[in-house]
Design a protein. Structure first.
Length: 383
């Protein structure tokens, strides 16, 4: 059996041809393929506006800037997430506040969000972990009661859905029904890729215009915003922005990948079902289960075992299976410890981390490879 990565992209000939066409065009960046990709993602997710950026971290950063996060503000996010979900708050001079997770899901716990709100709280960044949406209805209720902004971190969750509690309507992640903004990531291991890339979605025109400014140096050529004009070459800088642009080359790949996204997600669900059925028989293994009324896009598949380090090391050294851990609670990173965060802040997150292993999950994974992974995991856990 060849080595099986925990995740990898699926690039096909049509993707390569789309990129080649972009390379032959007159615009490698800031051209029409960027807007085409933005419009396609906005339509897929059901949002009015989309702003493509260089990566998911950049998306989080400009979303926080557009939301007005600044020095003295607190922003609540999940303890179990990639560091960028909290770093974006630090970039703006704010303070990340970490909420604990729900047992069994690794999703941010709305009950703990309520406990962490203070007079300084400005926003909430709920994380749709592993492709499974957080409880946005409850989080939205909390935000409205406390006049807080919601920025959904959907880096794991394009294509995911959840049912409203009226029992009828389904909401697609990214439509911003319960939030001011939603961010996406198009990193190589995500459900669709542009290599590196990200996007901010919103239904608010004012926020959209701010996002466009922050993406590109705070500069505009739009006469609507300019204080004066001095010819067709003229432009003005209105904000301290950044160079977070995504290229036409990457957007060509993203648009091609988007056409296959639902197929990719369907295959991820087939793999997850195989894992679910195999591990349901084993008392030694817990795994993240999809909650009723939620439809995960299955970015990650996480099992929880006792003696995690032993199982992890054996899989990594004695098999051809690459595994990973998502994630160390953010506040346990050395940088955050230097800021004063301490162990014990989120007990459920720390318990989860001590047992979690991410096993292979990507649409190119063949059934015989899935069975091989299952067999090896059963072997090591049984021993």
């Amino acid at each position: 059996m060849k080595q099986i990565p925990y995740a990898t992209q699926w690039i096909e000939e049509d993707d390569i041809l789309a990129v080649a066409d972009a390379l032959r065009s007159s615009n490698l960046t800031q051209g029409p393929l960027v807007e085409e990709f933005e419009n396609s993602i906005a339509q897929y997710c059901g949002a009015k506006y989309a702003v493509a950026v260089s990566n998911g971290t950049a998306a989080l950063h400009i979303a926080c800037l557009a939301a007005g996060v600044s020095v003295g503000d607190e922003v609540i996010t999940s303890a179990i997430t990639f560091a960028a979900s909290a770093n974006c708050v630090l970039y703006c001079g704010g303070k990340p506040v970490f909420a604990d997770i729900e047992p069994g899901t690794a999703l941010i716990d709305p009950v703990d969000i309520r406990k962490k709100i203070t007079k300084k709280t400005k926003a909430i960044i709920p994380v749709h972990f592993a492709g499974h949406p957080a409880d946005m209805e409850e989080i939205s209720k909390i935000a409205k009661e406390n006049n807080l902004i919601i920025i959904e971190d959907a880096a794991h969750a394009i294509g995911a859905k959840y049912r409203l509690k009226n029992g009828q309507d389904w909401i697609k992640v990214g439509c911003c029904f319960h939030s001011a903004m939603t961010i996406l990531s198009f990193h190589a291991v995500k459900q669709l890729t542009t290599g590196e890339g990200g996007m901010v979605l919103t239904n608010d025109q004012n926020l959209y215009e701010k996002l466009v400014f922050f993406r590109s140096h705070g500069i505009t050529r739009n006469i609507k915003y300019m204080k004066e004009t001095d010819g067709p070459w003229y432009y003005e800088m209105h904000e301290l922005g950044y160079n977070y642009r995504l290229t036409d080359i990457q957007c060509a790949l993203g648009t091609s990948q988007l056409k296959k996204l639902d197929k990719f997600i369907a295959r991820r669900k087939e793999i997850a079902k195989m894992y679910d059925e195999a591990f349901a028989e084993m008392k030694q293994i817990d795994f993240i289960k999809e909650k009723e009324g939620f439809d995960s896009s299955r970015h990650l598949y996480v099992i929880m075992v006792n003696n995690r380090q032993n199982v992890f090391n054996w899989l990594l050294t004695e098999t051809n299976i690459q595994v990973n851990v998502h994630y160390l609670p953010v506040y346990l990173h050395p940088y955050y410890k230097r800021l004063g965060y301490e162990r014990g802040l989120c007990p459920m997150a720390e318990e989860y981390y001590s047992r979690a292993i991410s096993i292979p999950m990507f649409p190119k994974l063949a059934n015989d490879e899935v069975e091989y992974v299952i067999g090896k995991i059963k072997q090591v856990v049984a021993n």
